[in-house]
Design a protein around this ligand. Structure first.
Ligand SMILES: Nc1ncnc2c1ncn2[C@@H]1O[C@H](COP(=O)(O)OP(=O)(O)O)[C@@H](O)[C@H]1O
Ligand SMILES: [Mg+2]
Length: 488
């Protein structure tokens, strides 16, 4: 037996890996992973749609010398089975090449280390012509012609990645510049989310400044940590020596979020689509907005989001793909997540259905009651609500049927379809926007109190008022008000 070495035919392999299915934003994120692994603290992205359009990424990481940069340009640099440094965001030794060339026909990398510049280019058209793995080695004169090079030279070390001949960006669009800038907005959103823990510099991470065309990227925290509630303790799932950390959050009720927050958290697709696990590999967001088919994406669990932190040492179990765009939890993790998820979505339902803790308390007299009947769900107006009772007393017995008809009409005519659409679109409702004690509510309280015929009834009124909507939303305030106006 003998062996022969058959390296792949370069033009064919390079062309095929262009079709891995990278989006522009995922491609850029993959290039940034390298900068972060190289300990960069500043990353500048330039996206220039006119003249000879290009996209460049400049970092101030540790840079590469001429040997390292040649290896970096190799398809399959390093070895995916080798243990990586714990803070390494790379995986297959492909990202730099496959991500860049998925969007462009020419990738140039120029790096500065120990005062020396080294530069290499993959030019697809050149490779096609030569039919070989012909990597272009740039001399200094060539390098100085590239855009942004003067900024690299001002640093003590770093790497500049330049994509030219952007044949996949704005492909098929009539207005290239407009398509370009729209895509850039998407890139901005994506990077702000994917790297938010690095940008904000959470404890244990050195903060990294990022900008696109000189505009800084703000961290986009999908958990709105300052306003959300964590309904369960952190969970740790251990697999061998490795730990997976699970932190469940419930976002605040829609009415407690600003429009900007709803937009940031829901994005284009809305909050319902964005619920689910947020899996971070080494603090870099990998995949999000999925329950891994453990439960359905339900309107009621739309406020639930679960942070899952995995180390890069468990890559083999999570089946991470080349683009770092999909990953599937291993069986042992699924089992644990499934248990946790049940408890969490229950919590999200509560936040969603009721406003604030008090209303979940069963001593409260609700105006609407929800009944599950054999024929379906029935929402009806509670005839025992103090206001309804009072009205009944005021009316003649023969007029009771009008009141009954009115209530029945309201019940039968809930605009369910438009409600459903509005809820799904995360619209805010003015209906239960009761943030302050309005004159209407004060007047209502006075009316009810005046209606009490004897001291016992007044006592009962005071016993009950704090737990009756709408007054229950202002604990302490109603009684105080009534005392002030000397009704009490
Ligand atoms: N910006 C950078 N700074 C320093 N080294 C880099 C940079 N980009 C790439 N490299 C080097 O090139 C190698 C190959 O990168 P890549 O193709 O993305 O594969 P991976 O990240 O999976 O190793 C990296 O492991 C790293 O050593
Ligand atoms: Mg990489």
């Amino acid at each position: 037996m003998r062996e022969i070495s058959i390296p792949p035919y370069a033009p064919m392999l390079m062309e095929s890996t262009r079709a891995l299915g990278y989006s522009l934003e995922a491609a850029i994120a993959d290039i940034l992973d390298n900068s972060i692994t190289a300990k960069a603290t500043n990353i500048s992205i330039k996206f220039i749609p006119f003249g000879e359009p290009y996209l460049s990424i400049l970092d101030n990481g540790k840079g590469m010398n001429s040997v390292e940069i040649t290896d970096a340009m190799r398809y399959g640099s390093g070895n995916p089975l080798e243990t990586r440094d714990l803070d390494d965001l790379g995986r297959f030794g492909l990202g730099l090449k496959t991500a860049s060339l998925s969007q462009s026909r020419k990738l140039t990398v120029i790096s500065l280390k120990n005062g020396k510049l080294s530069g290499r280019s993959w030019d697809l058209d050149h490779v096609i012509k030569s039919g070989k793995w012909s990597l272009l080695v740039l001399d200094k004169k060539d390098m100085l012609k590239f855009p942004q090079i003067e900024l690299l030279q001002l640093q003590s070390s770093g790497t500049l990645v330049i994509l030219q001949n952007l044949d996949r960006v704005g492909n098929g669009e009539s207005d290239f510049e407009a398509a370009f800038s729209e895509k850039m907005d998407r890139v901005r959103e994506h990077l702000s989310l994917v790297f938010h823990r690095y940008i904000s510099g959470e404890s244990g991470l050195k903060s990294i400044k990022m900008n696109i065309n000189n505009e800084p990227l703000a961290p986009h925290d999908p958990f709105l940590i300052n306003k959300s509630t964590q309904i369960m303790d952190d969970e740790k799932i251990s697999i061998g020596d490795h730990l997976i950390l699970v932190k469940p959050y419930i976002l605040p009720h829609i009415s407690k979020m600003t429009d900007a927050e709803i937009k940031m958290l829901g994005g284009k697709d809305g909050l319902t689509k964005q619920q689910g696990f947020y899996v971070y590999r080494n603090k870099r967001l990998l995949i999000w907005g999925s329950w891994f088919r453990l439960i359905r994406k339900d309107e009621l669990s739309k406020l639930a989001r679960v942070r899952v932190d995995i180390p890069n040492t468990l890559d083999h179990l999570w089946a991470i793909d080349i683009r770092k765009s999909t990953a599937t939890p291993p069986e042992i993790v699924r089992k644990n997540l499934s248990r946790i998820v049940g408890q969490i979505t229950e919590g999200s339902k509560r936040t969603w259905t009721f406003r604030g803790k008090k209303e979940t308390d069963d001593s409260i007299v609700h105006l609407w009651t929800r009944l599950k009947t054999r024929e379906g769900i029935l929402y009806d107006i509670n005839r025992d609500h103090p206001l309804v009772e009072m009205l009944k007393e005021k009316l003649d017995l023969k007029d009771h049927k009008f009141l009954h008809q009115l209530l029945k009409m309201i019940e039968m005519n809930i605009p369910l379809n438009s409600l459903y659409i509005d809820l799904t679109n995360d619209e805010k409702f003015k209906n239960n926007e009761l943030y302050e004690l309005t004159d209407d509510i004060k007047e209502l309280a006075e009316l009810l109190l005046e209606n009490c015929k004897n001291p016992e009834e007044r006592q009962r009124f005071f016993d009950k008022i704090e737990s009756t909507p709408p007054f229950s939303q202002f604990p302490g305030k109603i009684v105080k008000y009534l005392k002030e106006v000397n009704h009490a």
